[in-house]
Design a protein around this ligand. Structure first.
Ligand SMILES: [Zn+2]
Length: 572
C-alpha cells in the first residue's frame, strides 16, 4: 500500500519507538527491553537501516505500523490513520459516502461516548449540575482538572436519549456502547484508552441531586463490558499519564479514580488506577510497556493494604521494580491532596521496596511472634521475585533485621515455595489466609440461593473487622428467608466502591467455578468456612491457654477447673 510506504518514509522508526522504550545504540542498531514479553536483558532490536524491529526473545517483529498496532492495541486501519495524521499523509480507505456505513464498531462506540461525554460536561456546568460541581470543588478539584478529565453530570435519562435520537443513533448502537444514558443523577467520569478515545464511563451517585422516590442504588455504576471496554485491561488515567511516565520513568498506581484525579491536582501526573475491578495481570502487562518501575500508593486501611499485598506479588512475578508508599496520618492519596498538596511528592519519593516497606511498618523491638509474621509476609514477596540474586539479598537482609541465622530464613522460604508449587497455575490459590475471608464473604452475599442458612450458624472471627460487620448483617438477611435476596442486595448497595470492586472481582472466579461445577464450588465454600472456623477455635484455645497458665502459676486450682469447663463449652 502506497500510503503505508509514505508513512514509513516520513517517520523514523528509531525516533518513534524511542518515545516508548529506552533505546541504546549497539553497533549500527538500537536495543531495548522488549515491551511484548518479560525480560531482564534486552533482546529487542531496532534497525534504522531496515526501518524494522525484531525481538530475539519472543519473536515479535515488523515495521513502525506493526509496532504501533501492538503497543497501543490498534487494528491496522486505525494505526495507519493515526500515523498518517502525524506524518501529514492523508489516509483514505473508502469513498466518503461509504465511510458512514462502514464505520467500524469501535468508531461507532467512540462517537456515541464522545457525544454522551460532551452532554454530561454541559450538564455539569448547567443548573442541574450545580450540586455535582459543588461536590467536586469540595473535594479540592480545580476547573482545570475537571476539564482535563472531562468530568460531567448525568441528569434524568430522557434528555440524553433525545440527543441520541436527533443524531439518528439506533437502539442497537446504544446497546453496543453499553447505554451511556443509564447514568442517571450521577457524577460521570469518562474512561479513556491510551489514545484518548472514550471507551466507557464510571458514575457515582450524588444523593443531593436525587429527586424524591428515586433509589440511590447502586452507588457506583460502570459501563458494562463492550467491544472496547474491558475492565481487566482498563487503566484509568493512562491517556494523561503516558508522557509523564516516560519522562519520570515510573508509574504510580493508586486505588481509585478520585485518587488519580487528585494527584493531577497536586502536579503528579504519572498516575493510573484500575477501574471497577481489582488490579489484574493484564493491567500490569500494559503498565510494563511504559515503565518497569511501579510505585503502589494504596489506601492505609486494612482492605487497601491487602489489595497492595496481592498487587505487589503479581508485579514482582512480572519482574517489575516495585515500591510502596507509607501514607502516615492520612487514609488515602485523595485526602493527602485535599489537606496538604505538597506532601504528596515526598510520600512518593519515600516509597520503599516491598520487603523494606514491611520492615519499616513492623517497627522496632519485635517479639518472637511478630518477627515470625514479618518474615512470613516478607518471604511471600521474596518467593514472587524472579531473580535469584535479589532473593539471596533479601534472605540476608531479613536474617540481619530479625537477628536469626540465614539458614532459618532460607528454610522458611523453601517451605513457602514448596507449598506454592503444585498450585502455581492459579495465582489466587496461594494467597494468604486473608483472602479466604473475602472468598467467604463474597460467596455468602452472592450465592444465597445455593447455601443452606444452617451454613451460617457459626461464629467466625475475621482478621478484617470490616468483614466482621458484614458477616453479622449477612446473617440477619439469611434469617429472613423470604426477603433474603433483597436484603443482601440492599446490604451490598451500602458498601463503598472499593469494597464493591473487590467483591465483584472475586465474584468472577466464583461465577466461573459455579458454572463449571456447582457442587464442587459449594464444597470449596464449605471447606473455606471450616478453615475460618478452625482459625477461630485456635484463637479461643490460645486465649484460654494463657488464662489457664496464669491461674495455674498462681495456684488457683478452682479457677483452672472453671476455665477448662468454659473452654469446652465454647468449643462445642
Ligand atoms: Zn520480546
Amino acid at each position: 500500500m502506497e500510503v503505508a510506504e509514505e508513512i514509513k518514509k516520513r517517520i523514523d522508526i528509531v525516533d518513534f519507538i524511542g518515545q516508548y522504550l529506552q533505546l541504546k545504540k549497539v553497533g549500527i542498531n538500537y536495543s531495548a527491553l522488549c515491551p511484548f514479553h518479560q525480560e531482564k536483558t534486552p533482546s529487542f532490536v531496532v534497525s534504522p537501516e531496515r526501518q524494522s524491529f525484531r525481538c530475539f526473545g519472543c519473536g515479535e517483529s515488523g515495521d513502525i505500523i506493526t509496532f504501533y498496532q501492538k503497543i497501543e492495541g490498534l487494528d491496522f486501519p486505525e494505526a495507519l490513520k493515526l500515523l498518517g495524521e502525524r506524518a501529514g499523509v492523508e489516509v483514505r480507505f473508502k469513498s466518503k459516502e461509504a465511510t458512514d456505513k462502514e464505520r467500524t464498531v469501535r468508531d461507532k462506540i467512540f462517537r456515541i461516548n464522545l457525544l454522551a461525554a460532551k452532554f454530561f460536561k454541559l450538564m455539569l456546568k448547567g443548573k442541574e449540575g450545580g450540586e455535582a460541581l459543588k461536590y467536586l470543588k469540595r473535594r479540592g478539584l480545580s476547573d482545570d482538572v475537571i476539564e482535563k478529565f472531562k468530568i460531567g453530570f448525568a441528569p434524568e435519562g430522557g434528555k440524553l436519549r433525545n440527543v441520541f435520537h436527533k443524531m439518528k443513533i439506533t437502539e442497537e448502537e446504544l446497546s453496543l456502547a453499553g447505554h451511556p444514558e443509564r447514568f442517571l443523577y450521577r457524577i460521570v467520569f469518562p474512561i479513556f484508552d491510551t489514545l484518548g478515545n472514550i471507551i466507557g464511563f464510571s458514575g457515582r451517585i450524588l444523593e443531593s441531586s436525587l429527586p424524591k422516590g428515586i433509589s440511590p442504588h447502586p452507588k457506583y455504576l460502570n459501563t458494562p463490558e463492550t467491544p472496547v471496554f474491558h475492565k481487566s485491561r482498563v487503566l484509568y488515567g493512562i491517556n494523561l499519564a503516558k508522557d509523564a511516565i516516560r519522562k519520570n520513568k515510573r508509574v504510580v498506581l493508586v486505588e481509585g479514580q478520585m485518587d488519580v484525579i487528585s494527584s493531577h491536582e497536586a502536579g503528579l501526573n504519572e498516575v493510573v488506577a484500575s477501574s471497577g475491578t481489582a488490579l489484574t495481570d493484564e493491567h500490569l502487562k500494559i503498565i510494563r510497556r511504559y515503565s518497569q518501575n511501579v510505585v503502589f500508593a494504596f489506601d492505609e486501611d486494612e482492605a487497601g493494604q491487602k489489595a497492595a499485598y496481592n498487587a505487589v506479588r503479581m508485579a514482582l512475578s512480572q519482574s517489575l521494580e516495585v515500591k510502596l508508599t507509607i501514607i502516615e496520618n492520612y487514609k488515602d492519596i485523595g485526602e493527602v491532596v485535599e489537606k496538604d498538596k505538597k506532601a504528596l511528592g515526598d510520600i512518593i519519593k519515600n516509597a520503599l521496596p516491598p520487603v523494606e516497606w514491611l520492615v519499616k511498618k513492623a517497627g522496632e523491638n519485635l517479639a518472637a511472634s511478630q518477627k515470625k509474621k514479618l518474615v512470613t509476609d516478607a518471604l511471600l514477596f521474596v518467593s514472587a521475585m524472579q531473580d535469584e540474586i535479589e532473593k539471596a539479598h533479601y534472605i540476608g537482609y531479613l536474617a540481619k533485621t530479625v537477628s536469626v541465622p540465614e539458614i532459618a530464613i532460607e528454610k522458611t522460604l523453601q517451605k513457602i515455595e514448596n507449598n506454592a508449587k503444585p498450585k502455581k497455575e492459579s495465582q489466587e490459590e496461594n494467597l494468604p489466609t486473608q483472602d479466604l475471608e473475602l472468598d467467604f464473604i463474597c460467596f455468602v452475599i452472592n450465592y444465597a440461593d445455593i447455601i443452606d442458612s444452617l451454613s451460617l450458624e457459626v461464629d467466625i472471627e475475621f482478621d478484617d473487622k470490616a468483614y466482621d460487620m458484614i458477616y453479622k448483617k449477612v446473617k440477619l438477611c439469611y434469617v429472613k428467608s423470604s426477603e433474603r435476596q433483597k436484603c443482601l442486595l440492599d446490604l451490598k448497595a451500602s458498601f463503598g466502591r472499593k469494597l464493591i470492586e473487590r467483591i465483584e472481582s472475586n465474584s468472577l472466579s466464583w461465577d466461573k467455578k459455579i458454572n463449571e461445577d456447582k457442587d464442587e464450588a459449594l464444597q470449596e465454600f464449605l471447606s473455606i468456612k471450616a478453615k475460618l472456623t478452625d482459625k477461630g477455635r485456635e484463637k479461643i484455645k490460645q486465649d484460654y491457654a494463657k488464662l489457664i497458665a496464669e491461674a495455674e502459676s498462681g495456684g488457683k486450682i478452682e479457677e483452672v477447673r472453671d476455665l477448662m469447663t468454659k473452654l469446652q463449652k465454647e468449643l462445642k
